[in-house]
Design a protein around this ligand. Structure first.
Ligand code: ARG
Length: 460
């Protein structure tokens, strides 16, 4: 049997393989809400413009409501022979309301229809991510407020560098996520134009009103070039690329959680809710959720790469290649959402081990920079010289097998005789972090203020 929606000039139906490679209903059925909203807006515009009758438009609307109800209730039978969500919905509409259904596709093509449906879907997804990321920022900022003065080692090269606060570390991620949200918002602004009415590629001879459908569907304006409109998937690419960067941020947080929760570090404790046990080693508590969040960029970057590759070199305008835009994007979006949710759960759930982190922060001569700064400030040494003197003191402490605060004044004098006992004040990790009051620095009072500022902003 030829296709009942477009088979007019065909004598036979497709080969089974043709049907299999061609059909997208298996995955684009998740666009049904967007497809139906688009059709409702289109039908009511057609009626306003006198292109179809008011009564046909009313029938169409009623029928579409029923179709949506059937899909939501799970009673709708999707047909692969009907290729995609657009033809499945329209065909069922015809069963329900009869010939008036045939008027819905006036001045429209599946090319602008799919561009519309997917844009609406991606826009909804961006809004969902924005809310989720805000939730994660709140969780991080709340941890930061509580732990504004909790000391931990700051690392460079994963070597203890200088003491910082746990709150400061949490707020670093709040900043990253703020940029992620701003990239998504930026993508949303650009994608928020109405593709409907570009028709197959050239526009239409019917007196449609694209501003009307734009308004009905929450778009800022109609797109300006019909060829570009049906050929464009930038909105997916931009969203995937913003997701890829965000997923990288989440993977860095996840990796830190993995490291922090090892028995070697013991910086944080994860609860039973976000860990698993081992089937053979009874003592184990594995950070599986963190590991999976760490792994998710694989798929998300994969989806971005897949769609960039599909779009590369495609001649204008629509080609069926573009049907390959959906599956990787859906998978990436689903997993992005899961990763944000898991990261949020873990952040809320984890309990920092303050004693362990302080001990680690005090190790590895982490206040050496404070010592050098003291020499600059008090003895007026040039920083380079102070750096050298401090290096010798560190070497001395190393030979003595002690940390800098345990080095006696007389030993210090063997390196620099002008040092006074005042120096011990800057050698504690508490004094070190408290002194970092420069804008954006780790001093607890800065961190407290920043955490409060973020929470106010985020909850406004
Ligand atoms: N299922 C198609 C897609 O996802 C819809 C557009 C089909 N257009 C066409 N001219 N065959 O791309």
């Amino acid at each position: 049997m030829t296709n009942k929606m477009w088979g007019g000039r065909f004598q036979s139906g497709p080969d089974a393989i043709m049907e299999e490679i061609n059909a997208s209903i298996g995955f684009d059925k998740r666009l049904f809400r967007q497809d139906i909203s688009g059709s409702k807006a289109h039908a009511s515009m057609l009626a306003k413009q006198g292109i179809i009758s008011k009564s046909d438009a009313a029938e169409i609307r009623k029928g579409l409501v029923q179709v949506q109800g059937e899909i939501e209730a799970g009673t709708f039978t999707f047909s692969r022979a009907l290729e995609d969500i657009h033809l499945n919905v329209e065909s069922r509409l015809k069963d329900i309301i009869g010939p008036a259904a045939g008027r819905l596709h006036t001045a429209r093509s599946r090319n602008d229809q799919v561009a519309l449906d997917f844009r609406l879907y991606v826009r909804d997804t961006v809004d969902h991510f924005d809310a989720q990321l805000q939730g994660l920022q709140v969780a991080l900022a709340e941890k930061a407020e509580v732990h504004a003065a909790t000391i931990m080692p700051g690392f460079t090269h994963l070597q203890v560098a200088q003491p910082v606060t746990f709150g400061h570390h949490m707020l670093a991620y709040v900043e990253m996520l703020a940029r992620d949200r701003s990239r998504l918002a930026d993508a949303r602004r650009r994608m928020n134009e109405n593709p409907l009415g570009a028709a197959a590629l050239a526009g239409t001879s019917f007196p449609i009103d694209r501003h009307d459908t734009a308004k009905a569907l929450g778009f800022d304006r109609p797109t300006r070039n019909s060829l570009d409109t049906v050929a464009d998937r930038d909105f997916v690419l931009e969203t995937l690329s913003a997701c890829a960067i965000c997923a990288i941020h989440l993977s860095r947080l996840a990796e830190e959680i993995v490291i922090w929760s090892t028995s070697q570090f013991r910086f944080v404790k994860l609860s039973d809710k976000f860990t698993t046990g081992s089937s053979i080693m009874p003592q184990k508590r594995n950070p599986d959720a963190a590991e999976l969040v760490r792994a998710k960029p694989g798929r998300i970057i994969g989806a971005l790469t897949a769609l960039l590759t599909v779009m590369k070199g495609l001649p204008l305008t629509y080609s069926k290649d573009m049907q390959e835009d959906k599956e990787p994007a859906f998978d990436a979006f689903d997993n992005m959402s899961l990763a944000i949710a898991a990261a949020t759960g873990m952040v809320k759930d984890m309990v920092p081990n303050e004693a362990e982190m302080r001990k680690a922060a005090a190790s590895g001569f982490s206040t050496a920079t404070d010592l050098a700064d003291w020499l600059v400030r008090t003895l007026k040494l040039p920083f380079r010289e102070a750096h050298h003197v401090t290096g010798s003191l560190v070497a001395l402490a190393e030979t003595e097998g002690c940390d800098l605060p345990e080095l006696s004044l007389s030993l210090m004098h063997s390196v620099e005789p002008r040092i006074t006992k005042d120096i011990y004040k800057v050698l504690t990790v508490e004094n070190s972090v408290a002194s970092r009051v420069s804008f954006g620095g780790t001093a607890p009072k800065n961190v407290k203020r920043e955490a409060k500022r973020w929470l106010k902003l985020l909850k406004a």
